[in-house]
Structure formats: structure tokens, C-alpha cells
Design a protein around this ligand. Structure first.
Ligand SMILES: NC(=O)C1=CN([C@@H]2O[C@H](COP(=O)(O)OP(=O)(O)OC[C@H]3O[C@@H](n4cnc5c(N)ncnc54)[C@H](O)[C@@H]3O)[C@@H](O)[C@H]2O)C=CC1
Ligand SMILES: O=C(O)C(=O)COP(=O)(O)O
Length: 468
């Protein structure tokens, strides 16, 4: 038996509890469904049919992209059904699989677009086991009551260390020397090989990664300048510059640490490459869309850019294997033909330390959300929490009502809850979405069903969950 998304669900560790549960096939796509779904587009759902025993084993989780063992262990310990795949999935495969699951865990490759999420009829929550959340349609997810969590900084240090390694590797042409030696050629040169001491590092995007990198570069004797859309506190001797152009004109090394947004698409294109110092270097470990690759190839051929390191690409494959001959990488041959270019397969955050920490952090957030409804750390729904309910509070229930942020909702919700003793209540909104959590005591099983059904019948409703 699979629990539907729209559930009454027992709290963690309550062995004998009951929940409303119907199979996904009968729950969704029902044109005769009595309960209208709020704006945002998921189809109406059928009324839950009967009280049935419910276990945490009813929660189905799909983990893609080789999520670390630490994360799998946290989820399995809860008794959830966890399906684990090493790779990402094609859109068709994803649509097929996502229909049935309550939780999906992904990394940077899996695209959870509106088209995919529209099929995710049972989905409660998405875990991005990485920093970036650009691969998820966050607004569509929020409108449909699907919370999204990520790990905001557990791999930042790993990326910063990789960039330090790349700065020295480019300055000393280590990649080329190593390749030559692999081919049997001894080529001892010092021409255009430099120390990094005293050189200027230009950091674009001074967030978690950019500022961590700033500390390391400063310690190695580099002068650090940075450009960010926000005015941010400089660390050590770093200096913020007012424009991207100012940074490009001054930096010997330019490194990109901005998120993928419409504003950062092709942020470094022909014009910006022209503004860079002749003989400078470019590093991109942010997102592939931030650099216009054909323009970079041209700038390197012209000798304007003396070296580059790319960790990310506009199209990345779902699984390990041949990449440069695939259709995904149309510039593969040209990139490979350039000197002093480091090409890595999106490994900035791929260290044991980072992956282990991310596994625990994101899985813990998922467990808190599934079992307690807590949204602290969510990137797309309001952050709301109350202290955890415990199994020794048998007549308590936690009501979670995700709704459209329109006038008059709280009055209607409180009319429904007024029949009961509301111990605590908290509500917050973010744009069009609001999240209400209320702990109610002295409730009997029938009350739980009544509360659930009454809230479910409100026009503002996106998702109702009653945890008990
Ligand atoms: N290669 C890899 O494996 C990894 C790549 N990343 C990428 O690195 C990006 C940055 O990560 P964090 O430092 O953790 O993010 P962050 O959110 O802490 O910092 C990003 C900074 O960029 C700034 N920013 C945003 N738009 C900008 C614009 N148009 N111009 C200038 N500055 C702008 C923000 O104000 C912020 O200070 C992530 O979004 C992700 O895409 C993250 C982890 C691993
Ligand atoms: O954390 C991020 O945003 C990254 O880019 C790392 O992605 P990954 O977990 O290696 O797919």
C-alpha cells in the first residue's frame, strides 16, 4: 500500500496509528474528485476512502545521482522505502518514476521542471543533495505545496580548495606539462609560468564559496578583489569593486561563483573577455551557462586568455561515460585542442567530506519535514517550526495547512480548529504561499478526520497534512 501525498500521518515512532490512505491511482486524476485543488495546477484528488493502518514504510523515496551512503542510512533508519539509483534519469524515465514517490532526492543534474513536477502527484518534498537549486522549478513546487531543501554550504570548502589548485595549475601550466610527460615528452619551460604570490584574484559572487576562497587566496599572498550584486563585508584584505568591468580589468585570475539565474547567463561573453587583462586566466566552477564557451574558445585562441579551468558545462550528461563524443558537448573537440585548459567533470563538491556531510544534512531536513512538518532550511516555502511532538502525547495532533496567501484564511482555519484546544499555532508566508502549523490537544481519531476534511474543503488549500 502506498500512502497518498494528501495524508493524515502518524508522528514518528507511533507504532499503532491510523491514517487516511488511498493508492495513488485512485487518489489522483479523478475528474469527479470532490476537493478542488488550489491554484497551481495539480489535478483534483479523490476523497480519501477509509482509515487504514499507516507506517513510515509507506513513505516512498527515490534517490538519484548517487546520493551518499550517509544520507541513505538516515532515511532507511526511519523505515521509509528507499530506492537508490547511481545516475540521473531521462525526462521520460523521471516522469514515470516520480508519479509514485513522496520524496525525491537529487543532485545538480536532475531537472525537476514544471512538466516533470506536474506528474508528481504524491510528492511532498524534494531534497537537493547539493548547493544549487536551479535545476528545480522552485516556484511551481511551492505553489503545489512541495517543499524543497538543499545543503547551502557543506561543499563550499571543497569547491574553494579545487579553485586554489586550479589557480596554481594554470599559472604553472601543470596540466600541459603533465600531459606531455604522459606522452613521453620532457619539456622544461619557465616562459609564461608564474608564482601566484602578489597576483590579483577577482572573485565574481562573494557568497559561501567566494568568501571561503578569499580567505585561502589571501593566505597565499594574493590580492583579492570581488564583485557582487550585494554590498558584502570584505574578509581579510579583500576589496569589493563596484562593477564586473572593474574586476575584469584588474584581475589576473577571474573566478566565477554566482548561481545560475537569468542575469548570470553568459555573464562572461565576448565583451567581458575583451575587458580582461591580456594573459589572464578564467575559472568557472559555478554553472555552465555563466560562460559563453565559443567566446572563451576564441579568446584563448587569440591569446587574450592564457588559461582556463571549466568544471561545469551548459549540458552535462546524466551518467559517467563518454562525453566529448556525445551530442551534449558540441564544443568538445575545440576545447580539447586548446593549451592550458583544465576540464573537469563537475567535481567541485565531490569530496568524501562534502558528500558525507550533505547526505546527513539534507536527509535530516527531509525526515524533519516528513515526520514533523518542520520547514526550517527550505528554499521555497516559509520557514516554520514548533517543538517536536513526542509519542507520549497521545491525544495531540499537528495540523499543517499549506495554502494560498489570500485574505481571510486564518479566520476560516481557526473556526475549524476552535472546536479543539489549540496549544500552539504559527503561520508564515512567502509570496503567494503560506504555511500554517498548529498543535492541537484532546483530539480523538474522528476529530482528526474532521479537521483534515474541513481544512481540505477550504478554497485556499494547497495541501493539508495532519500528523498524530
Ligand atoms: N562545481 C561544483 O561542484 C559546485 C558549484 N556550485 C555553484 O556555485 C554557486 C555559488 O555557490 P555559493 O557560493 O554557495 O552561493 P551563495 O549563494 O552563497 O553565493 C552566491 C553569490 O553570488 C551573488 N550573485 C548572485 N547573482 C549575481 C550577479 N548577477 N552578479 C554578481 N553576483 C551575483 C550573490 O549575491 C551571492 O553573494 C552555486 O549556486 C552553484 O551553482 C556550488 C557547489 C558546488
Ligand atoms: O552543490 C552544487 O550546486 C553542485 O554543483 C555540486 O553538484 P553535484 O552534487 O556534484 O551534482
Amino acid at each position: 500500500m502506498a500512502a497518498a501525498r494528501d495524508i493524515i500521518q502518524p508522528l514518528e515512532n507511533r507504532a499503532v496509528s491510523y491514517s487516511l490512505s488511498v493508492s495513488p491511482t485512485t487518489t489522483f486524476h479523478s475528474p469527479s474528485a470532490g476537493h478542488g485543488f488550489a491554484a497551481g495546477g495539480l489535478p483534483n484528488r479523490a476523497v480519501a476512502k477509509a482509515l487504514k493502518p499507516f507506517n513510515t514504510e509507506d513513505i516512498k523515496i527515490l534517490l538519484l545521482e548517487n546520493v551518499n551512503q550517509t544520507g541513505r542510512d538516515v532515511l532507511k533508519r526511519q523505515g521509509y522505502q528507499v530506492e537508490f539509483l547511481k545516475t540521473s534519469l531521462s525526462e521520460d524515465e523521471l516522469i514515470e518514476k516520480i508519479r509514485d514517490v513522496h520524496v525525491i532526492g537529487i543532485r545538480s543534474k536532475t531537472k525537476l521542471t514544471e512538466k516533470v513536477l506536474r506528474e508528481a502527484k504524491n510528492l511532498l518534498v524534494i531534497g537537493c543533495f547539493c548547493i544549487g537549486t536551479n535545476q528545480v522549478d522552485l516556484a511551481y513546487a511551492a505553489k503545489n505545496g512541495i517543499a524543497v531543501f538543499n545543503s547551502p554550504f557543506a561543499n563550499s570548502r571543497s569547491v574553494a580548495e579545487l579553485v586554489i589548485a586550479e589557480i596554481i595549475t594554470l599559472a604553472r601550466q601543470l596540466g600541459d606539462r603533465s600531459l606531455e610527460m604522459h606522452r613521453g615528452t620532457w619539456n622544461k619551460v619557465s616562459s609564461k609560468c608564474w608564482e601566484i604570490r602578489g597576483k590579483t584574484l577577482g572573485i565574481v559572487g562573494y557568497g559561501h564559496i567566494g568568501s571561503q576562497l578569499s580567505v585561502l587566496a589571501d593566505a597565499m599572498g594574493m590580492s583579492v578583489i570581488y564583485y557582487d550584486v550585494l554590498s558584502l563585508m570584505a574578509i581579510g584584505t579583500a576589496k569589493q569593486v563596484p562593477t564586473l568591468e572593474a574586476l575584469l580589468q584588474e584581475a589576473d585570475f577571474v573566478t566565477l561563483h554566482v548561481p545560475e539565474t537569468p542575469e548570470t547567463k553568459n555573464m562572461i561573453s565576448a565583451k567581458q573577455l575583451e575587458q580582461m587583462k591580456t594573459g589572464s586566466y578564467l575559472i568557472n566552477a559555478s554553472r555552465g551557462t555563466v560562460v559563453d564557451i565559443p567566446a572563451l574558445i576564441q579568446a584563448m585562441r587569440a591569446g587574450k586568455v592564457a588559461g582556463a579551468a571549466l568544471d561545469v558545462y551548459p549540458n552535462e550528461p546524466a551518467a559517467n561515460g563518454d562525453y566529448f563524443t556525445s551530442d551534449l558537448n558540441i564544443w568538445g573537440e575545440e576545447l580539447r585542442s586548446l593549451s592550458n585548459i583544465i576540464l573537469t567533470p563537475h567535481i567541485g563538491g565531490s569530496t568524501e567530506e562534502a558528500q558525507r556531510a550533505i547526505g546527513v544534512e539534507v536527509s535530516d531536513a527531509l525526515v524533519r519535514y516528513i515526520n514533523q512538518g518542520t520547514t526550517i532550511g527550505s528554499v521555497n516555502v516559509p520557514e516554520v517550526t514548533l517543538r517536536s511532538l513526542t509519542p507520549d502525547e497521545p491525544n495531540h495532533a499537528r495540523v499543517i495547512y499549506i495554502h494560498r496567501n489570500v485574505p481571510g484564511v486564518l479566520r476560516k482555519v481557526n473556526e475549524i480548529l476552535a472546536e479543539h484546544n489549540v496549544d500552539k499555532q504559527i503561520s508564515d508566508s512567502k509570496g503567494d504561499i503560506a504555511y500554517l502549523m498548529a498543535d492541537v490537544s484532546d483530539v480523538r481519531p474522528d476529530d482528526i478526520k474532521d479537521i483534515h476534511d474541513s481544512l481540505n474543503s477550504l478554497n485556499s488549500r494547497i495541501l493539508t497534512r495532519v500528523l498524530y
